[in-house]
Design a protein around this ligand. Structure first.
Ligand SMILES: [Mg+2]
Length: 339
């Protein structure tokens, strides 16, 4: 039994400004403003023996102050605890804030502590997180989502896609879902023409189609050989996603916006995703991410990590049995984290 105990915690709320505001389909349909900054919640831990861990969570557009406030309230419950007992400590943090529920902002605040505890354990062991958890592979295919946003004109989109492929990144993800569907089709077809059939392409509608539109667009994209069509419908429309997954050969990817393991369990039970896309900080950290990955494997659903940084270390892509793709960023908001 370990005698070491958590002796010190520091929380930080940091705002990361974006050099270029980002727009996906939610901006073009008028539901959101362009994203100009990211709110980051950092948790630093230190034990009595001097071992340290760093974790993070984040929010876009709103929620940063709320995550920080919730984290401040629940943080003291960790003092004096054994940092090895991560599963138990996740529950301790959850019960400390049980009044505000087990999803959303509450679990996202817990996620920063959970990642910090795993970071501490991995650093103390001298291992990357994937090795600590039990790695299946030493590398994973990455796709680039930075150059394909909807604020990028088509000529620049083609330049970005070509540059990304020349850097050796294996896939390109393009944003779609804008009100003019013909423009979506034109942009994706132009990229496919330029890159040829050998480059993996994905599209992401960011929840902006209704069911009839999603049916038409999935049919229109069917012959382009896409790796997946991401969030064609509202993130909580499990029946709608299941109908698309059953009707079309192109795989359906969703789950990025869900905020707990229980919500991902609902998605899996509905057979609503061919690719499941859990975001580790958004679901509450690595502890719930591992539960989601296990459920996905049991159900035969593929896994694509949507939130990865070099360090701190939300689930390392090499860990999962079924991870096929991991998102990377060449000029987006994660780039400063890689510096
Ligand atoms: Mg997405």
């Amino acid at each position: 039994m370990s005698a070491d105990r958590i002796a010190w915690l520091r929380l930080s709320s940091v705002y990361l400004p974006l050099a270029n505001p980002i727009s996906d389909a939610k901006v073009l349909t008028g539901r959101q403003k362009p994203m100009t900054e990211i709110a980051m919640l950092f948790v630093e831990l230190q034990t009595a023996d001097g071992h340290t861990g760093l974790g993070l969570s984040y929010s876009k557009r709103a929620g940063g102050p709320g995550q920080f406030a919730h984290a401040k309230e629940i943080a003291p419950t960790l003092l004096g605890e054994d940092p090895n007992d991560i599963a138990r400590l996740w529950n301790t943090l959850c019960w400390a804030g049980a009044s505000v529920g087990r999803s959303g902002l509450a679990t996202q605040a817990i996620g920063a502590f959970d990642v910090a505890l795993y970071d501490l354990k991995a650093r103390r062991a001298g291992l990357p997180l994937a090795k600590l958890l039990g790695a299946w592979r030493d590398s994973v295919a990455c796709y680039n989502t930075s150059g394909g946003f909807l604020h990028t004109p088509l000529d620049q989109l083609l330049v970005n896609a070509q540059a990304s492929v020349e850097r050796g990144i294996g896939g390109i993800k393009l944003k779609v879902g804008q009100p003019d569907r013909a423009l979506d089709l034109q942009r994706v077809a132009a990229v496919r023409r330029q890159l040829g059939d050998g480059v993996a392409l994905m599209v992401d509608a960011n929840q902006q189609w209704d069911r009839p539109t999603a049916q038409r667009m999935c049919r229109a994209f069917e012959d382009l050989g896409l790796v997946w069509i991401e969030e064609p419908l509202d993130a909580y429309d499990h029946e709608g996603h299941a109908a698309l997954a059953a009707a079309f050969d192109t795989p359906i990817a969703t789950g990025e916006m869900l905020t707990s393991a229980a919500e991902h369990g609902d998605l899996i039970r509905h057979r609503a995703a061919d690719w499941l896309m859990p975001d580790a900080p958004r679901v509450g950290g690595i502890t719930p991410f591992l539960k989601i990955a296990a459920m996905a494997e049991q159900a035969g659903v593929m896994l694509a990590c949507t939130c990865t940084w070099p360090r701190p270390t939300p689930p390392s892509p090499g860990w999962s049995t079924s991870t096929g793709w991991s998102r990377c960023s060449t000029n987006g908001w994660r780039s400063p984290m890689a510096a």
